[in-house]
Design a protein around this ligand. Sequence first.
Ligand code: THU
Length: 158
Amino acid sequence: MKGFETYKTLEELDNESKYLVHKAKEAAHHAYAPYSKFYVGAALILEDGTLVTGSNQENASYPLCMCAERVALYAAASQFHGKAILKMAVVAHKKNHKELSAAASCGACRQVMAEFEERQRKPIEVIMHHTDNQWIKCPSASSLLPFVFTKASLNEPG
Ligand code: THU
């Protein structure tokens, strides 16, 4: 796929990406996931170097569960308003699994990432750990969501 880079090991990634993956792993330890037992961590870096992390937070009322990515994105917007997000890493692991699980962000998170990207007019690079132990560097959130629904769609005539 055009613009997507894949890496067989974490060591092959650039230092900043490795750092973000490391922080995402730490964040996953703060997940509250008693229902799915799927622990997700996200870490993002802002244009001034600030790090923001998030983890998934579940609820007995299942639809209220919130993904790690959106926890991190909304925290960044509320605490560091106006600062662009440059890159985000997402990792996940299952209970009692030492190895990381594949963590391809869900469609809802991709939609939210895409709107952040549109707002800041700068791409957000996304690092994900995918199946077959592959690391994927995605050039932008919009690359993860072709034909995205945006604000503009709401304003189109007819
Ligand atoms: N989850 C995330 O945190 N990010 C995603 O992109 C996919 C799913 C969480 C939500 C829920 O707490 C658990 O993983 C199982 O779906």
